[in-house]
Ligand binder design. Structure first.
Ligand SMILES: Cc1ncc(COP(=O)(O)O)c(C=O)c1O
Length: 451
């Protein structure tokens, strides 16, 4: 069935009466997570393609994809729905870590065949992004017996106590939770727009990359950590929660050289940027390296099933049964949904380059138009605009960012923030050029209203 909406329809100011009722109950009953009812009072009832409908009947165009989960739109792609319904007639939970089933094997075969690297691979299945990182870290510890890790400032890798040790995008994530897992050392990410050396990384990408590599090798390895004890470097190919930061194109080849020199494993966290979001199946393909471990989750379940996957070089396997496992890994229904999702992403990948062009051009227009837009960056359908008080000092303009989010919502466009003063633009990958233009028109109006 084709989506029936062509434009957002906001006939009741959000939050409408039904939304207010649910928000009130939610606040009473549900643990505090990341909601802020003042900022984004959206109560979702259903979704159709790229459209979200709230409980008061307002229709919104979605530029958030549930943080890159609904890459195939809402409620999901019809083919994924069909595969899930067929599988439900057979079995959903087949105790995939105790017994064998063909569904997880088919998915693993697919993931191993598409992941970069001409080496044999295995997969560990879980339910979420944080678990796919936990598995990657435990895999390195278990198989290599090295227990120091490097991660990057600005990173987000999850919130359970292991992956939280790697997360470094907002102090609130770790506040009151120290001590986290020992042995994680953070280094600067090559952020072209903001970095400790004030290098303009768009003008001088090589200088920025050299500084980061030098920082690791000369300062960290040279002064307080023996690189022979470093198990892995954990990174996002594009930082997500930290502000959609795209590093210089040669950064990862330099990082790979360094890792090879010291026998260090590379863990590529593709939880947010993987599965077509950047126009490639894996975002790291833009940077032409072959990580030893890749973590996936979010979009993998086609927006219908929670699933995480840690794809790894089979030389790194866990040493004995029981060294790591879980209950839902290899879930039959999740595996079937994921396999069909990956196949559909493969089919729609060529469209993303065309859509990227539209987004890029229109967002750069916004930068020309509004002084508060300090930076525009992205790849594929993963874009961001960063708001500043002053383009020279680059002072974060969080107040304007928050107003833009709200003004956009009131006009029927759903957006999410990231970083300190950034908005991410991540529509479902099935969006059309026309729908992108409608959304960006609303975004432009929202900025005009907010400044
Ligand atoms: C890059 C990255 N890694 C890991 C995670 C954690 O995923 P989850 O929330 O499913 O645990 C996230 C979540 O936003 C993420 O963006």
């Amino acid at each position: 069935m084709l989506p029936s909406y062509t434009r957002p329809i906001v006939s009741v100011e959000p939050p409408g009466p039904k939304a207010r009722e649910i928000i009130e109950k939610h606040e009473k009953l549900i643990a505090t997570t990341t909601h802020d009812p003042k900022n984004l009072p959206l109560v979702i009832e259903r979704g159709e393609g790229v459209w979200l409908v709230d409980v008061d009947g307002n229709v919104y165009l979605d530029f958030s994809s549930g943080i890159s989960v609904a890459n195939l739109g809402y409620p999901t792609h019809p083919e994924v729905k069909k595969a899930v319904l067929e599988q439900l007639e057979k079995i959903a939970h087949a105790a995939g870590t105790d017994f064998y089933n063909p569904y997880q094997v088919m998915l693993a075969e697919k993931l191993a065949s598409i992941a970069p690297g001409d080496f044999s691979k295995k997969v560990f299945f879980s339910n979420s992004g944080t678990e796919s990182i936990e598995a990657a870290v435990k895999l390195v510890k278990n198989s290599r017996n090295r227990h120091i890790f490097l991660a990057f400032i600005g990173a987000f890798h999850g919130r359970t106590m292991g992956s939280l040790s790697f997360t470094a995008s907002k102090p609130v994530h770790k506040k009151r939770y120290f001590p986290t897992m020992p042995g994680v050392v953070h280094v600067p990410y090559p952020n072209p727009y903001r970095n400790p050396w004030h290098i303009d990384g768009y003008e001088n990408p090589d200088e920025l990359v050299n500084r980061v590599i030098e920082y690791i090798e000369y300062w960290i390895f040279g002064h307080f950590i023996d690189p022979g004890e470093v198990g892995a470097i954990v990174f996002e190919p594009i930082q997500g929660e930290g502000g959609y930061v795209v590093p210089p194109i040669n950064f990862f080849t330099e990082l790979e050289k360094l890792a090879e020199k010291y026998g260090i494993v590379l863990i590529d966290d593709e939880v947010q940027m993987g599965l077509g979001r950047t126009g490639k199946m894996f975002a790291i393909e833009h940077f032409k390296i072959e990580p030893d471990i890749i973590a996936l989750a979010k979009a993998l379940g086609g927006g219908v099933m929670p699933i995480g996957a840690t794809i790894f070089n089979s030389q790194l396997n866990f040493l004995e049964p029981g060294a790591h496992s879980n209950t839902f890994g290899g879930h039959a229904l999740a595996s079937v949904a994921a396999l069909r999702t990956v196949e559909i992403v493969e089919e729609i990948l060529p469209e993303i380059a065309k859509l990227e062009k539209v987004l890029r051009e229109e967002l750069l227009e916004l930068k020309n138009k509004y002084e508060v837009v300090g930076d525009v960056r992205g790849l594929g359908l993963a874009w961001a605009i960063e708001f500043v008080k002053d383009r020279r000092t680059k002072t974060y303009n969080t107040a304007v960012r928050n107003r833009v989010l709200l003004e956009a919502l009131r006009r029927g466009l759903v957006l999410l923030g990231c970083g300190k003063s950034t908005i991410r633009i991540i529509p479902p990958l099935i969006i059309t050029e026309e729908q992108i233009k409608i959304g960006l028109e609303i975004l432009s109006e929202a900025i005009r209203e907010a400044v």
